[in-house]
Design a protein around this ligand. Structure first.
Ligand SMILES: O=c1ccn([C@@H]2O[C@H](COP(=O)(O)O)[C@@H](O)[C@H]2O)c(=O)[nH]1
Length: 280
């Protein structure tokens, strides 16, 4: 039986802290890093970012889109980046944002959370547009394999706010309803204070407008993009997340990656310390 993702995540929080280094090989970043805008460039970029994070941050988040654009070679590069990070004991959250009817989303689950799958990661982001219930296959697989899932609930981009704040017939906002569904699942499966299924809540948002309610039990891990380049500051972590702050993973991509190959390790070290102070 694998160790639960929640347990592994709690271990990372205690050991290396809450910083997650995003691996987003944008064309312009590859150019700044003197790398070709190709699968080979993305592979080299990803491996260097993993190396820079090693020992300083316990989590990385490759953005699948930036590898996928190179087709089969991009996926080959991504496989190597994921495998390198995991072999160093760094947790990998594949930011793939998959979603579909249950019978198809199960295959996405196998891809990212399957034991021995070429793209096997520690957790994956999923899109609940077709209903959180449609994602139960990957939730179950995650639970069996010691993996995690992060379900989009309130995303960091302004275009998502209106729909995610909209009220359902129950009176709950869509974001609240997603959080409640995740909490119900975690309550039936978690063995500790943290669940294996988390939510994505953007750090750029005023979360009070989403009416998320009291602290859920068990607490969901919260993947929190929006720090750095999108404007949120790690020092405001507790103010932004309130009663959800204990589960927050602070994710930053461009603000760290823009430091370039010569400065990335120092940038990660500085941000890791900032996050440690903010979450202490
Ligand atoms: O709500 C969301 C969900 C995911 N993302 C992803 O996180 C990173 C953010 O990158 P930065 O450079 O730190 O802005 C990127 O991969 C997004 O696709 C998000 O931004 N918001």
């Amino acid at each position: 039986m694998s160790l639960a993702f929640a347990t592994r995540l709690a271990g990372v929080f205690a050991g290396q802290g809450r910083l997650c280094v995003g691996i987003d090989p944008h064309s312009w970043l590859l150019s700044e890093w003197n790398l070709p805008d190709s699968a080979e460039g993305a592979r080299e970029f990803g491996l260097r970012v993993v190396d820079a994070a090693d020992g300083l941050a316990g989590i990385v988040k490759p953005q699948v889109a930036f590898f996928e654009r190179f087709g089969a070679r991009g996926f080959d590069a991504l496989e190597q980046v994921i495998s390198d990070a995991r072999s160093r004991g760094i947790l990998v959250i594949a930011d793939a944002k998959r979603g579909d009817v249950g019978s198809s989303v199960d295959a996405y689950g196998e891809t990212w959370l399957g034991d021995g799958s070429p793209l096997e990661s520690d957790a994956v982001t999923l899109n609940p547009f077709q209903g959180v219930g449609a994602l139960h296959g990957p939730f179950e697989l995650a639970h069996r394999n010691g993996k995690g899932v992060f379900v989009l609930a309130a995303t960091s981009n302004p275009e998502g706010i209106a729909g995610q704040k909209a009220k359902l017939a129950s009176g709950a906002t869509l974001a609240r309803s997603i959080l409640d569904d995740v909490t119900t699942w975690n309550a039936a499966h978690a063995t500790g204070p943290l669940g294996d299924v988390g939510v994505v809540l953007g750090a750029t948002l005023d979360l009070s407008g989403f009416e998320l309610g009291d602290a859920p039990v068990p607490a969901p891990p919260v993947l929190a993009p929006g720090f750095g380049h999108q404007g949120a500051s790690a020092s405001a972590l507790k103010t932004i997340y309130g009663n959800l702050a204990d589960g927050v993973i602070v994710s930053e991509s461009r603000a760290l990656l823009a430091a370039g190959p010569g400065g990335i390790r120092q940038a990660v070290a500085a941000r890791a310390e900032e996050v440690r102070l903010a979450s202490g």
